[in-house]
Design a protein around this ligand. Structure first.
Ligand code: PLP
Length: 429
């Protein structure tokens, strides 16, 4: 494939935008080469500026769970835009989407909308600190909760892809309040709590990790965290920015049966517009301004276009309940096909999957935490990435990302993808 126009656009972008991108995960730094510029997208396909059609496994990093330019979402935005794009005053649609989200997700009474997953997680932690009157938080190595200061301690996703899991600019004062634990290691969390008695406000976790590849929680891990939180008056925050409205209507809480105290959302909830949200039981949410003392605000929060896209998306997911089974089945089919193709060529690999979250690791051992994820062979991944691209399949340009499966994928697309893996596998030895 030829990327002449993309490369020219990238050269122009680099002169005026740091690294030519507005989010580092879009750069091809970890795999080499220039990023591809998108012209448009429809359903399961991207159309780039050089005229190539690509099967898309990023899907805007999650939001496009029903495919690109999904008509009900697009139409909702167009109709809303005609009536004004922002007022900074309350609108009815904010209550409508709040009611629907609360109906779909277990264990939440009230929800507040923000503009990104980062903002949701940052606000959730502030609320937890205000509510508990404690300062410290526990996060897990390899989990990503957005780019707010307290989370850039051994963060996953782009932070680890680019080798800066601990970012300069985060002060020691901030860093010392973030305690780092190992994913899937309950004993480790227990020890941290024991050595910081009555100091920990919250544990924030991706209930199914998706930013170091996909790492499901081991049996009893989330239940154990719930018990530790209850015993020590710590709030449990499920960061469901990736898992929310993807694993099920009620996200990871629904499929695991474990209740969080605060839940954060992003990605799918905005249907492709900039939306995040955080939610909890009434007692906690009423701690927020203007009713409570914890301040949180946003000029464009609850923006009508964003709410229209989000409401259209959630309505689709709420009324077509078989979507989740369908998308999980597609992902399972892909899992099987990729595994067979790699096995046929004796390529060392581990595939992790839960529901419609899946990741391919070129690693020998089980991938259960950041340490085991980091053992994957990055040289093999690079070859895999470029090989897939050459065959018309676009996966995330990093070994530390989950593939985002969309319902718009047909079984024919999945077969094409598996054929591509077969061709690429031969070159990986
Ligand atoms: C994407 C993501 C975030 C950050 O969301 P943004 O909208 O990019 O700020 C936070 N947490 C998780 C689990 C994510 O996957």
């Amino acid at each position: 494939m030829i990327y002449k126009r993309s490369s020219a656009l990238f050269a122009a972008a680099q002169k005026v935008i740091p690294g030519g991108v507005n989010s580092p995960v879009r750069a091809f730094k970890a795999v080499g080469g220039d990023p591809i510029f998108v012209k448009e997208a429809k359903g399961a396909y991207l159309y780039d500026e050089d005229g190539n059609q690509l099967i898309d496994y990023i899907n805007s990093w999650g939001p496009m769970i029903l495919g690109h330019a999904h008509p009900p979402v697009v139409n909702a935005v167009i109709e809303k835009a005609k009536k004004g794009t922002s007022f900074g005053m309350p609108t009815e649609i904010e209550t409508e989407i709040a009611e629907l989200a609360i109906k779909m997700v277990p264990n939440i009474d009230k929800i507040r909308f923000v503009n990104s997953g980062t903002e949701a997680c940052m606000s959730a932690v502030r609320l937890a600190r205000g509510f508990t009157k404690r300062d410290k938080i526990i996060k897990f190595a390899g989990c990503y909760h957005g780019h707010s200061d307290s989370f850039l301690i051994q963060a996953g996703s782009g932070a680890v892809t680019f080798g800066t899991p601990n970012s300069p600019g985060v002060t020691e004062g901030t860093a010392k309040d973030t305690l780092l634990a190992q994913y899937n290691n309950l004993k480790n969390v227990q020890e941290i709590i024991a050595s910081n008695p009555d100091e920990i406000a919250c544990i924030i976790i991706e209930p199914v990790a998706g930013n170091m590849g996909c790492i499901p929680p081991v049996e009893g891990f989330l239940e154990g965290l719930r018990a530790l939180c209850d015993a020590n008056k710590i709030l449990l925050i499920f960061d469901e920015v990736m898992t929310g409205f993807r694993l099920a209507q009620g996200g990871a809480q629904e499929i695991t049966g474990v209740n969080a105290d605060i839940v954060t959302f992003g990605k799918v909830i905005g249907g492709g517009l900039p939306v995040g949200a955080f939610a909890a039981r009434e007692e906690i949410m009423n701690y927020l301004a203007p009713v409570g003392p914890v301040y949180q605000a946003g000029t464009l929060s609850g923006n009508p276009l964003a709410m229209a896209a989000g409401l259209a998306m959630l309505t689709e997911l709420n009324t077509k309940a078989d979507i989740f089974k369908s998308i999980n089945d597609k992902t399972a089919y892909l899992h099987k096909g990729i595994a067979k193709a790699l096995e046929a060529e004796n390529i060392t690999h581990t595939i992790n999957r839960l529901g419609s979250m899946i990741s391919v690791h070129f690693a020998e051992d089980n991938v259960v935490d950041f340490e085991s994820a980091a053992k994957g062979n990055n040289e093999t991944f690079k070859k895999f990435f470029h090989g897939m691209l050459e065959n018309g399949v676009y996966i995330a340009p990093s070994a530390f990302e989950t593939w985002f499966i969309t319902e718009a994928l047909s079984y024919e697309d999945l077969d094409k993808t598996i054929e591509a893996v077969k061709k690429v596998a031969v070159t990986l030895k």
